[in-house]
Design a protein around this ligand. Structure first.
Ligand code: SAM
Ligand code: 2KA
Ligand code: SF4
Ligand code: MG
Length: 213
């Protein structure tokens, strides 16, 4: 790529018309409220939140993922599904306005997976907020969250979960999801906690159990 092309590319990414695309795939939503629903996943590269247990660390370095036109992504998605899950990496690293518009122009229902660590951009039909200790959500995300999905690695995460539950809107669904590598240790604790505090529900990464993406 020559210097001119590089500059053009950087400008297109900066305004959100291109995004670093890691992968796109049609699968079944494995987690949270929409578990079991077929959806086209768009995984966007770039994240500096730094969760030590992150299950897609390959997504972190945006430079490894090719800048891709949002119109092209929306075109692919529309061929497969009327529901798209935008995930990453941390999609909100980038301006999500153009991508959500391109999807909406094609009548697609748009779900988001986010840590809420960066300012809101884009227009979303469903927001899954999964707060992280290293970069907690910005205040504006709590009112937008349709589901709060807290990853449980140890007992202290239950206290952390309650702190965020106090901040979300009234209709927001509350989920506790075991950190995958710790599932055997933490699942009994989560089950006991949910039975004692039934405003919470269990979310499992069901796609990993059934061996799909
Ligand atoms: C890979 S993240 C990408 C979206 C965004 N960066 C976020 O963290 O919400 C997608 C979802 O997977 C969850 N997740 C990541 N690693 C996990 C793990 N090891 N065990 C359980 N859930 C995990 C995240 O909390 C998030 O809800
Ligand atoms: N099947 C499936 N469901 C998911 N729900 C959230 C995911 C994510 O990585 O954001 C994910 C994923 O990677 N696969
Ligand atoms: S915020 Fe999401 S993508 Fe980023 S490190 Fe944490 S789990 Fe991984
Ligand atoms: Mg995943």
């Amino acid at each position: 790529m020559n210097v001119h092309d590089k500059e053009v590319n950087e400008r297109l990414v900066a305004d959100g018309r291109y995004v670093p695309l890691m992968e796109e795939f049609y699968t079944i939503q494995g987690e949270g409220f929409h578990t079991g629903k077929a959806a086209y996943f768009v995984r966007i590269g770039g994240c500096d939140v730094g969760c030590h247990w992150c299950d897609v660390k390959e997504s972190w370095n945006a430079a490894l993922h090719p800048p891709t036109a949002v119109e092209e992504i929306a075109e692919h998605a529309a061929k497969h599904s009327s529901t798209v899950v935008v995930t990453g990496g941390e999609p909100l690293t980038w301006n999500m306005g153009p991508l959500t518009k391109a999807l909406k122009d094609r009548g697609i229902t748009i779900h988001l997976e986010t840590s809420g660590s960066y300012p809101v951009t884009g227009v979303w039909d469903w927001v899954c907020l999964s707060p992280k200790k290293t970069k907690p959500p910005l205040p504006e995300w709590y009112a937008l969250a349709n589901e709060l999905k807290v990853i449980v690695y140890n007992r202290h995460d239950l206290k952390w979960a309650e702190m965020h539950a106090e901040r979300v809107g009234e209709g927001c669904l509350l989920y506790l999801q075991p950190e995958w590598s710790r599932r055997k240790e933490v699942m009994p604790m989560i089950a006991e906690y949910v039975m004692a505090n039934p405003k919470w529900r269990v979310s499992l990464q069901t796609h990993k159990y059934i061996g799909i993406p």
